[in-house]
Design a protein around this ligand. Sequence first.
Ligand code: GDP
Ligand code: MG
Length: 237
Amino acid sequence: MSTQRAERATDDGFTFDDLAVVMGTYNEADAIGTVLSDIADVTDGRAEVVCVDGSSDRTPEIAREHGATVIEQEPRGYGVAVREAVLTPDRPVIVTTDCDDTYPMERLPDFLAEVNDGADVVSGDRLYYGADEMPGMNKLGNELFALLASVLMGERVHDTTTGMRAYRREVVRKIEWTENTGLSAELLMRPLMREYDVRERPIEYDERRGETKLDPLSGGAAIAKSIVRVAFEERFR
Ligand SMILES: Nc1nc2c(ncn2[C@@H]2O[C@H](COP(=O)(O)OP(=O)(O)O)[C@@H](O)[C@H]2O)c(=O)[nH]1
Ligand SMILES: [Mg+2]
């Protein structure tokens, strides 16, 4: 299988100065302080942080207090926010996360190391360790989404809706993104089906702080639709 590879770093590889951590934030005042402190601790304050925010609570103020760039946007869904977030930084490595304290920011160095090892996309697989903190319905749904995507792509993936991934900037800039609730699946599937070096790596997943912004039923249906649409579009591209 030929592997299309994005541009490589020319020197010793990327450092935290090359890293931007980005997220959609929607009324996450209970969690955002912890998430942004964790990122600063782990990266010595060297990662750029971008929050695309639709909140009506104190989330954007807290983000600014922590030195993040805040882009204000009406709340129009996960993918609208996260697409803007991944397209904003000029840094060569972009990591997405949720702003709900579920994802292990202490793994940022590992994700960066994988990119330096040649990965174009590094995708945190929450199901590998069992995802005990994930609500049962979501876990079942995520297993089914991964199965569906695997069958349609002809390649096994394990977690299509994870919020924590690293991307080379060229990958997110080269591909046109169309999904909203299903953007996370799209961000995994299109690069994979275009032969980029996409790697899943197990991550721990914590209990959410604050309320979920995703309706399990309508959200789940939207994600399933996205997976089918994206797989067919890529197959017949
Ligand atoms: N700006 C913005 N952020 C959003 C929107 N919907 C969800 N988010 C953020 O996207 C991330 C994922 O949402 P979350 O509720 O954690 O989804 P879950 O992980 O599937 O339960 C969180 O950081 C949310 O605050 C939205 O409409 N606008
Ligand atoms: Mg979440």
